[in-house]
Design a protein around this ligand. Structure first.
Ligand code: TRP
Length: 332
């Protein structure tokens, strides 16, 4: 009987030291659920990918990577069940990247929407590192080395995953060996969660300074909620609100079981924004409480031990796949 593949791999870049609720709802929550359903999860911090925009701050990228690994674990990734590791601790990724970069058509990379955006942000070819163009190739390596059944990511990553499956097929065709099988994209279905807005109703993002971080304290969360965006024309309790456009009401919908009643009262001018803010704060703090407790247990060097063990387990798997790639290419 064929062995069922239950492996899942995903990662996030270490451009920031902290993950926010948007990162959690958009991707990480799905990883935790899959882990708890019994999938074998490889959970990576993509420090090399962070270097594509932060090579001048490489030390920061590496420090961030530790903090992100702590956020993974605080969010419910269990290092006894899942493999938590830092990308650059598994040098097989770099070697496999060179091999696949020789087989990836330049046109596929130049057409990637994320590349075009970054290119504009960075200000042209003289400021743009060569590594940025290869971003999807490195991401493909991250995935293929673990031969996963599926890759749980946010919707924005779909173009990279498509290139990945194309590169996998191309490798098989060029070498004449079936080394890689296509993997599935596992994208969260609950749109209200996946699109959880920032405090100002724009996309939650560090650059907008509108985030609720997984590691924020109860008081920090309460302070942030106080100045969150609500219906601008609702000045008094009796003014009607528009919950669809109000950040606090969006949080209630995701985190409070009584959100429907709250939305109706908001629309009817039967509740004030202060009350909604208070309830949303309580609901979010309750939601984050287990994460805060797990984070407290992670002090000291615990994370270094976890990452060392994770890199060892990842290298065993990645090393075997890399050997298979070299053999398929006839490289001795
Ligand atoms: N590009 C992903 C992001 O920005 C991070 C990433 C790197 C990744 N390697 C990966 C995601 C492999 C999934 C699989 O979020």
């Amino acid at each position: 009987m064929a062995e069922t593949n239950r492996r899942i791999l995903s990662g996030m870049r270490s451009t920031n030291p902290r993950l926010h609720l948007g990162n959690y709802e958009g991707a990480l929550r799905n990883w935790v659920d899959l882990q708890n359903e019994g999938y074998d999860l490889f959970c990576m911090v993509a420090d090399l990918h962070a270097l594509t925009t932060m090579a001048e701050n490489s030390g920061e990228v590496s420090r961030n990577a530790r903090e992100i690994a702590k956020d993974y674990i605080a969010a419910g990734i269990d290092p006894a069940k899942s493999v938590v590791f830092i990308q650059s601790h598994v040098p097989e990724h770099s070697e496999a990247h060179v091999l696949l970069s020789m087989m990836t058509p330049l046109g596929w990379l130049e057409r990637t929407p994320t590349y075009k955006e970054k290119q504009t942000d960075l200000g042209g070819a003289e400021r743009e590192p060569y590594g940025l163009l290869g971003y999807p190739v490195l991401q493909t390596v991250d995935i293929l080395l673990y031969k996963p059944y599926g890759v749980p990511v946010g919707r924005d990553q779909a173009p990279h995953l498509e290139i990945g499956n194309d590169i996998a097929l191309r490798f098989n065709r060029i070498t004449g060996k079936e080394v890689f099988a296509p993997y599935k994209y596992l994208i969260p279905e609950d749109e209200n969660r996946a699109k959880l807005p920032g405090l100002d109703m724009r996309k939650m993002s560090k650059s907008y300074d509108n985030c609720i971080y997984l590691s924020d304290s109860e008081d920090e969360t309460a302070e942030k909620l106080k100045s969150a965006f609500t219906t601008p024309t609702k000045l008094r309790k009796t003014d009607p609100g528009i919950p669809e456009g109000c950040a606090v009401c969006q949080y209630l919908r995701v985190y409070s079981p009584n959100w429907e009643a709250a939305w109706n009262e908001d629309r009817a001018g039967e509740r004030g924004c202060m009350q909604s803010k208070k309830e949303a704060t309580e609901a979010i703090n309750e939601y984050l409480r287990p994460m805060r407790e797990r984070r407290k247990e992670l002090d000291g060097d615990a994370i270094e031990d976890i990452l060392r063990d994770g890199a060892k387990r990842a290298r065993e798997f990645a090393g075997a796949t890399l050997a298979e790639m070299r053999a398929a290419m006839g490289m001795y």
